[in-house]
Each structure stands twice: as C-alpha cells, then as structure tokens.
Design a protein around this ligand. Structure first.
Ligand code: ATP
Ligand code: MG
Length: 353
C-alpha cells in the first residue's frame, strides 16, 4: 500500500465553528479523511494573541471546537485531532522559522492588516499577534503535509509557509533554487511546498451589514456575525430573520440586489433546490417576492442541515471524558510526527551535538 499523502489544517479557538468554516474548509476535511492522513489542530496558543486575559474561555472554546469537529463528521479513528499547546516542537520550530521571514514581509501580509482593522485591534495588539503567522508556518511544516484545506483569508499565511519551505530546503538541505515546488522533497528538501485547498465557498460573508467601505465582512467567530454549525433551532431562526439583506429592496422602484446580499449568498451555498433559487432570484429582482418568504425558506434549509449536528452536540456535551480522550490520543500521534520533524530540522541546521 502506498503511503497516504498528509493533510494539515486548524482553527483558532476564539468561539464555536460556523457555516463559513463548513464551506471554507471543514467540508473538505471530512471528505479528505478517507484518502489522506489528516491532522486537525486546535490553535489554542494563537487564541492568546487576541484574548490573553481570558484563558479559561480559550480552554472552553478549544473543547467546543473539538466537539464541532466530531459533530461535523471528523472521525477520530481516521483523523488526528489535537491541541497546539500539547505539541512543544511547534513552538521551537516557530523560533527557527522566524529567522527565515523578513519582518517587513510579515507586515505586508494583507490578512494581518484586515484582522487589525476588522477586529478593531488599533495599535494595542501584542507582539505575539504578529508572531502568529510565523507560528502558523510552524504548525504546518511540523507535519510536512502536502495539502492544507483553508478559506481564502489564509492564502497569505500559506504563501509564507511555501516561502519558508523553499528557503529552508535551499539553505540547509542543498536543494537547487531552480527546483520546481513539487520536486523539492525528491531533491533532498526536508519540507514539501504545500498547496492550499480552497473550499467550495472561499469566503462566506457574515450576517451583518457592510462596513464603512461598503464591504460585506467575512463570517468570523470574532465578529459576532456568524451562524454556528451546531446552533439551536431558535437561534437559527432569529439570526436568519434578523440578517442583513438589501435595504433598497423596500423601495418598489428599485430592483432587489442579489449580488452583495447575504440572503442569496447563503441560499447559493446551502440550498440544494437550485430551481427554486433561480426562480426566486428572478422574482426578487422584480420585487415580486419578499425578504421574509426567502428568509423563511433559508431557515428551513439551514435547520435541516444544522439540527442533526446540534443533536450530536447535546449528546457529546454529556460525554466530555470521551472528547478529552480524543485530544489526548491525538496529541500522542501528533507529537510523534512533530518531534521527528524537529529532530530533522535541527540536524539540517547543525544544532544537534
Ligand atoms: P477568527 O475570527 O478568530 O479569526 P475565524 O472565524 O476567522 O475566526 P479561523 O479559526 O481563523 O476562523 O479559521 C479557520 C479556518 O476556517 C480557516 O481555514 C479559514 O480560512 C476558514 N474560514 C473561516 N471563516 C471563513 C469564512 N467566512 N469563509 C470561508 N472560510 C472561512
Ligand atoms: Mg480567522
């Protein structure tokens, strides 16, 4: 049997998982677990970057996301689910990789700029906030995966992982700088140059109104604009009925906008009845169908998807010993790989005596 290719990805425990996670990454993770060797990390150290004053909450969110993974169909018999702080090799690798990333390069990272703006971090974010993309390079390279299933906002971070892998391979493993990315390991490199795997919706918007620049913000755990994967039925109803649509829609003279309208973005992402969507969009643009009817339909669609996951959550919450045992077993398996990567990294760096 040929070895399965390795996959790694993760989430920061800043709240429970939402629909954006599903279409952006989680759905792919569930699909990939049969054909790949999968590692799914809970980045609890990175959660400290914006919530250092609230460690107990981070612990709760870490367990909550582990539950969300299990509810969504990640099978711990097939995939390794583990917590970042259980894997010391990652932090050591982050220190080493920080030497290979120019500081101005980090500051140009557009996701960092977006997060500082959207999360209102102003100029008070800690030094550790700027370290987290470096830490993320270490999260990834510690497992030497080939594929990383993520949403679009993660592409700049993944680009850094690709650059560090090439740089390390050239500097310390003697790989020729002209070597093509897919051939780096075959030519002696320690680190594969990973490929991102985007979900079927690269950036799902949230339920809120556009920002001052007229942009609909990404659905995000930290922005209070999400519908959770394991939300209870009443909240699904409340959030959908209260979500932003097209304010101009109320004017009979204006055709309803279906482009930058979360209502239709959500129908496109989750409603399997494509014929209904096509017809309803046409009627919406002509002012022949109201927001309320389309929202009610969306409530039904989302409830059908979310209700079984919510039910699983209720069961798992009664069995936290099992959830914790999944994380302990995951840590043992993850440490074996990450420790090996660290040893090979240090050997290449002449840091082993
Ligand atoms: P935070 O607000 O704390 O940054 P988040 O909601 O952005 O939380 P992350 O833990 O940063 O969630 O992201 C986990 C994964 O889910 C990443 O691969 C990210 O790209 C993906 N993801 C998050 N939000 C969305 C979204 N709205 N659409 C598509 N993918 C998303
Ligand atoms: Mg994020």
């Amino acid at each position: 049997m040929p070895e399965k290719l390795r996959v790694l990805t993760g989430d920061t425990p800043t709240g429970r998982l939402h629909l954006g996670h599903w279409v952006g990454s989680l759905e792919n993770r569930v699909l990939m677990q049969n054909d790949y060797e999968c590692y799914y990390l809970l980045a609890n150290l990175h959660a400290l970057t914006t919530r250092a004053e609230n460690p107990a909450q981070i612990q709760q969110d870490t367990l909550d996301i582990a539950i969300d993974f299990l509810c969504a169909g990640i099978d711990p018999k097939k995939s390794c689910i583990f917590v970042q702080s259980d894997i010391p090799a990652i932090s050591e690798l982050a220190f080493i990789f920080s030497m290979l990333i120019p500081f101005p390069r980090l500051m140009r990272n557009p996701t960092i700029k977006d997060e500082i703006r959207d999360k209102g971090l102003g100029d008070s974010y800690p030094f550790g906030f700027l370290l987290y993309p470096v830490g993320q390079v270490a999260d990834i390279l510690a497992f030497r995966p080939v594929l990383v299933p993520v949403g679009e906002d993660q592409i700049p971070h993944l680009e850094m992982a690709r650059e560090v892998a090439r740089r390390f391979n050239q500097l310390y493993c003697g790989v020729d700088p002209h070597t093509a990315d897919p051939l780096q390991v075959d030519n002696g490199g320690l680190f594969p140059v990973i490929e991102p795997k985007l979900g079927r919706v690269k950036r799902l918007v949230g339920t809120g109104a556009p920002n001052e620049q007229g942009l609909l913000l990404k659905m995000s755990k930290s922005l209070n604009n999400s519908i959770l994967l394991t939300e209870d039925a009443d909240s699904v109803q409340r959030k959908v009925m209260g979500m932003y649509t097209d304010p101009k829609r109320l004017k009979a003279s204006d055709p309803g906008n279906i482009e930058d309208n979360p209502l239709w973005i959500f129908h496109d992402a989750f409603n399997p009845d494509k014929d209904w969507i096509t017809e309803a969009k046409m009627r919406y643009q002509k002012g022949q169908i109201g927001d309320v009817e389309c929202k009610k339909r969306l409530v039904d669609v989302l409830t059908a998807f979310i209700a079984p996951l919510h039910e699983k959550r209720v069961q798992l919450e009664k069995n936290m010993d099992y959830v914790k045992s999944v994380l302990r077993e995951g840590a043992a398996k993850a440490n074996a790989i990450a420790n090996k990567t660290l040893r090979l990294t240090k050997e290449a760096l002449h840091q082993v005596f």
